[in-house]
Design a protein around this ligand. Sequence first.
Ligand SMILES: *Cc1c(COP(=O)(O)O)cnc(C)c1O
Length: 458
Amino acid sequence: MQEDLKLFQKISEKLLNSEQNKGVVEPISPQKLFNTFNLDLDDEALPKSEFEQLLTDVVLNTPRTSTKLFFNQLFGGRNPKGTLGELLAVMLNNSMYTYKVGGPQVGIEKNIIKKVCQMIGYGDQADGTFPPGGSMSNFMGMLMARDRKNRTIKQEGVSQKLIIYTSEASHYSITKNASFGGIGVGQIRSVKTNQFGQMDVSHLQELIHQDKTNNLEPFFVNATAGTTVLGAFDDIKAIHEVIKDDDIWLHVDGAYCGSVIFSKHYKHLVEGVELSDSFSFNAHKMLGVPLSCSIIVTQDKRDLKHSFSCDANYLYQTDDDDYNLGKNSLQCGRRNDALKFWTLWKAVGTKGLEELVNQQFKLADTAINYIKNHPDYKLHSYENSVSVCFNYKNVDPKDLCNSLYKDGELMVGYGSFNNETFVRLVTINSGNSEEDILNFFKVLESYEAENKLEEITA
Ligand SMILES: *Cc1c(COP(=O)(O)O)cnc(C)c1O
């Protein structure tokens, strides 16, 4: 093991150095990939030196999500304390289903969940878990809603038309989850959005009314805190107002921007979250914890138990169920996603997490101001969002993003809203400075000025 740890250290140092020198790698096309590296699996062992070389080559040619030229995704950067926790979790290789195997790690996970529940104003009966991602957090919310609507479904299956409401700007996992959960994609009502990309609450009200008139069963509203393209926040309070007299579960999908709960200055964006039935967020997005680190919490732990517990004598042999976390989860064996969040939180305090969030909005302001002050740009996003959407001159945003990627200049993506397509700069890497944001525009502008731009069909 010692030898492999040394190799790990060696390759990591090379990566860090290389990232400093060049933030982006030139992409290798899928057609060339298998001729570039020996990825084949053979009967014979690879000689040690070749193994080291190959591993190094692959690592150094992998897209660099941690660098100052990566703006492509709703995550980015490398938080050293979070990375430390992740590496230790790998060394420990626990599984989180039982206290017997998780030990103190169970306490770490439970305390994060407890603290999050307190922060958002959920009561003493609240609880939660770490699902394998934001999509699966949404799935768990939907399943709890389904099973609360009808306690017999767990045993009998779904036999009525249960209706889901989510905005047209919400995440595509809602669609997948509707089919996984036996609800059916046809039972999703796509609620219109207003000009800011937020759910149109009067349209929601209309749709619910129609469905009730038709004897259908509305059971789940998904509100989004940070929509994937514009980063818009649905008005949780207004949504709750519409459904409060009905037995409809309100889930808040905060995968992208739910971490605003850590900032005194920005938590008003999820005002009313305490009125929701479940809330989820990805600590691997705004908080910069290594992938993946997702949390869902719910007001009433009995809903979590009802939907996800199942007896298994071969597994649960010791300790109280409150400490056997497998009774709350989708999976059986479950990796430890809590330790990396805890190491970061311990190291910087809640105030430090707040600074991470605030920094991202500050960087977004830097970008927005730059765009507003430069007539070659057109802004497409609104305030209080870390997705800065814009167009440059008359350049096709798809060509711009794809061409910058192909030439290994920087990584950024595009999105669409209301029939307009634009570049989406995500300022989610708190390790970036204002200078790094200005550099983004500089790279883009000189690239265009040098006529390097090509039409690229995806
Ligand atoms: C990222 C995201 C998800 C999905 O999270 P995964 O961890 O990628 O599964 C869901 N909803 C929103 C709004 C997101 O931004």
